[in-house]
Design a protein around this ligand. Sequence first.
Ligand code: SAM
Ligand code: SF4
Length: 331
Amino acid sequence: MALIDPFNRTIDYLRVSVTDKCNYRCDYCMPEQGAHPEGRHTEYLDYDELARIIKAFVELGVKKVRITGGEPLVRKGLAGFVSQISPLPGLEDIALSTNAHYLDRESVALKEAGITRANISIDSLNPNLFEKITRGGNLEKVLSGVDAALAAGLTPIKFNMVVMKGTNDQEIEDMVDYGIKKGVEVRFIETMPIGEAGISLMDQHYPMAKIMARIKAHVKTDLIPCTGKSHDGPSKNFLIKGTHTKIGVISAVSEHFCESCNRVRLTARGVLALCLGQEDSVDLRTPLREGISDEGLKQLIVDAMTKKPEKHFFNENVHNIEFRQMVSLGG
Ligand code: SAM
Ligand code: SF4
């Protein structure tokens, strides 16, 4: 059984946001007062509900799940939840997106539970700038989280850096060097006009072509194109010749990668979001709590695929984009 959308794309990748809360407040992502100062967390799906939805997706052909947020590690019992879903037959890969703050204490448990690999967000290697961008983050904790994740084997790890013109673009070369030192892939992400700062992020937009030119001048060697593995997603990848380190650039705005989109997103409140840049979505929580059968749930998911849009409109319609919470959709 496979999930196929109206544009003949096979959907085999589900991103699951387990919470929209976070211990950090990256200014492009999270309001300063946090996701829910009024405290609406009881609306979250519990782990059994999340596991039931994931099981339905896996039975429909999903092979890869990414646990994200918000910051997934602020939700208690995450490793237990991972061990609930990791035995599902057909589920090949359970990846994690994290800011790494808690990885020093959680990496071993997560690995044992079944997390295969981690993407770690680091926007600066300068402790003061890191603290400023994340509004209070602790770079030292993050770097020891990186080392713990490497030691526990949550690999291959990827570093994600959101490049913001005039804020952290001067650190592109430092991030490349850090990736080479750790033997880890580094991915540079263009700011997307969603999340806390919405379209004002377009002012900080730093185009992919310039990022590539800077890296090429810095490494003084060839960048060998190597995109193509299923883990790469929308990233264009290059191996730095003479190293084990790849760099990737993710350009949601300058270039569409929608024609090869293979993913949908589940929010912590049980909304199935069919595109990061569009509003199309289906509520799964209400039918779940009203007692829908397993077969009924699967049919709901199959029907939802007919709503998946052909592409996002970040570039065409930047000024019409409604404020959308990246923390709900999980990136
Ligand atoms: N807290 C985890 C983390 O930071 O990796 C997981 C959730 S976070 C929402 C997932 C990814 O989305 C991060 O790499 C973050 O940098 C990225 N992100 C958030 N808002 C963004 C925006 N407006 N443009 C581009 N990337 C964004
Ligand atoms: Fe938190 Fe990740 Fe958003 Fe930063 S990008 S505020 S770490 S959810």
